[in-house]
Design a protein around this ligand. Structure first.
Ligand SMILES: Nc1ncnc2c1ncn2[C@@H]1O[C@H](COP(=O)(O)OP(=O)(O)O)[C@@H](O)[C@H]1O
Ligand SMILES: [Mg+2]
Length: 389
């Protein structure tokens, strides 16, 4: 990413378009990117879900199903406006539902009155001993006017239903993504991973070895500059790589979400892969959970390669989290890269509720702060340090 950005600075263009430029950047590189963007004299369009980067923008424009909405201001400004919008949309929906309920009651009352009047009329006409032809005409007239009223009622109801649907679709645009937390027994003391004197492959052997114990409820965040070996460490814990020296004991009840999503087969559909990971929950439940992630019926049948970056992250998360048996240790390598803000918030909520063990690598400060982590593993200078978060 840093090489690509260096190329962009050198191109001397009038206008620069950057698509998620901070994905994979460490915090120092992100701050450097922000400084360089301030110095850039040309036009600039940045596509991003990175809250730190968005905070430094002059104007936020959101692309949603209803079109392009100009919010103006930076991320804090945008999120305040957005909160108001959601509150207003919910208020309008409640109001319209209430109005529909009131009108429905009115209509029912009117209908009952009308029916009463009609049957009274029929009785009176029968009692009045009028000529048959006259009786028929009167009855027809009363039925026609009752029919008209019924039509008016059903038109009014349809109008009210439409108003509720409109208000509900406005709420729907701000709909939440839901990610379910896999159920796991609280196993406080159980060791899920144990690393002793582990020397990582590819990393200078001058670096000290790593000692780490991961018990049932550990919540560890790993931070460190690009290339410091964070992904390599997760691969060792996931049993994908052997340490250069030392010992690493791990559990098989773990879910590893690697930075490049290699766990998702690009040529097969998401549905097929989720069904393979969980053969007990049933297709209907799994389809519903994928829909709650914003992956609709058509998307989950396509080969995974045709999905967007964020959709692939969500599909990989679904394969790992909704697997049977459920994981007890989550290994997440920069999971918020590519995810939109709604999905990041869903991931934060799910991880906050998760009562198993968690090891997460991320450069997203907002994200890490929202996870209530307990331990921080950092590579500072040439030493790995484990400290309270
Ligand atoms: N398969 C590999 N072969 C050779 N070098 C590798 C391999 N995988 C990673 N490395 C190197 O190991 C270092 C650490 O990489 P990585 O763990 O991905 O860093 P990060 O902390 O950014 O996740 C980098 O310098 C990278 O070039
Ligand atoms: Mg990495």
């Amino acid at each position: 990413m840093r090489v690509a950005l260096a190329g962009a600075w050198l191109c001397e263009a009038d206008f620069m378009i950057l698509d998620e430029p901070s994905n994979h950047l460490d915090h120092t590189a992100l701050l450097q990117l922000i400084t360089e963007l301030h110095l850039w004299h040309g036009g600039l369009l940045v596509v991003s879900h990175d809250r730190v980067l968005l905070e430094s923008m002059a104007r936020v424009v959101e692309l949603s199903p209803s079109g392009l909405n100009n919010y103006g201001g930076n991320y804090s400004f945008y999120s305040r406006q957005k909160r108001h919008e959601t509150e207003n949309a919910l208020h309008l929906l409640r109001q319209r539902k209430h109005e529909r309920q009131r009108e429905q009651k009115n209509i029912l009352k009117q209908k009952a009155c009308l029916e009463q009047r009609q049957s009274r009329g029929n009785r009176q006409r029968a009692d009045a001993n009028q000529a048959k032809i006259l009786l028929g005409r009167q009855k027809q007239r009363s039925e026609t006017s009752a029919g008209k009223v019924k039509l008016q009622h059903s038109e009014r109801l349809e109008q009210l239903n439409q108003q509720v649907r409109d208000a509900s679709s406005r709420v729907g645009e701000n709909a939440e993504i839901v990610l379910h937390s896999p159920s796991t027994n609280r196993l406080f003391s159980r060791h899920l991973a144990e690393l002793s004197e582990v020397q990582l492959p590819f990393i200078s052997t001058l670096f000290p070895s790593i000692e780490l114990e991961v018990t049932g409820q550990a919540r560890i965040g790993i931070v460190g500059r690009n290339g410091s070996g964070k992904s390599t460490l997760l691969k060792v814990i996931a049993g994908q790589l052997q340490p250069l020296s030392g010992h690493c004991r791990t559990t098989d009840a773990q879910a590893w979400l690697d930075q490049h999503l290699t766990g998702l087969d690009p040529h097969r559909s998401v549905l097929e892969q989720v069904l393979e990971a969980n053969q007990t929950a049933g297709e209907a439940t799994l389809r519903m959970r994928l829909a709650q992630l914003g992956l609709d019926a058509a998307k989950i049948q396509q080969p995974a390669v045709s999905l967007s970056g964020g959709e692939r992250v969500k599909a990989t998360l679904a394969c790992k989290l909704y697997a049977d048996p459920a994981p007890r240790l989550l290994l997440l390598d920069e999971p918020s890269n590519h995810l939109d803000l709604t999905s990041i918030r869903a991931l934060e909520t799910m991880l906050d509720a998760w009562n198993g063990a968690l090891i997460v690598v991320s450069h997203d400060r907002f994200f890490l702060e929202n996870l209530h982590l307990t331990l921080r593993l950092t590579l500072e200078g040439n030493s790995w340090r484990l400290e309270p978060w």
